[in-house]
Design a binder for this molecule. Structure first.
Ligand code: OFO
Length: 164
């Protein structure tokens, strides 16, 4: 099975978006760490690590279907945010953007009747549901806690417990 030129380009673009997600989340982690939210910084760094693994999945798949993975230059990620809420809202928006791109890829695979690529992308369709919902849950909790003194401290502790 060899993918089309067009599909190879589209998969490479997504691999680079996943790498940018890694870069962006690491930048968010750095902002959080600088503000002494070590637990949230830990959560975001783990999230960044997942993005690197997503990029790697695309990298491996592109070669499996006898294409060639190609790394792009990366733009400088945002480095400043107004608040913790602002960070997580931006992460949520970013996940929605990624979801849209994954869905567009699935539509392209269907158009080309490229079943292996469609099947490969199925994992990402499910993963995006999880990614959006986990960030959304954090935003909801931040919203709930916003009037409590020590609310951010509690969230920091909770998110610091993330292991994988
Ligand atoms: Fe956050 O899922 Fe990949 O990009």
């Amino acid at each position: 099975m060899m993918i089309s030129e067009k599909m190879q380009k589209a998969l490479n673009a997504q691999m680079n978006r996943e790498l940018f997600s890694w870069y962006l989340y690491l930048s968010m982690s750095a902002w959080l760490k600088d503000k002494n939210f070590d637990g949230m910084a830990n959560w975001m760094a783990k999230q960044a690590g997942e993005e690197m693994a997503h990029a790697r999945k695309f990298y491996d798949f592109i070669f499996e279907v006898r294409g060639k993975a190609e790394l792009d230059a990366m733009e400088k990620p945002q480095a400043e945010w107004k608040s913790v809420m602002d960070v997580f809202q931006d992460a949520f928006k970013h996940e929605q953007y990624i979801t849209k791109n994954i869905h567009d890829l699935v539509h392209q695979a269907r158009k080309e009747k490229d079943l292996p690529t469609e099947s490969f992308l199925g994992w990402f369709v499910d993963e995006q549901v999880e990614e959006e919902s986990s960030v959304d849950a954090i935003i909801n909790k931040l919203e709930l806690m916003k009037d409590f003194k020590g609310g951010l401290y509690m969230m920091d502790k909770e998110l610091g417990a993330r292991e994988g």
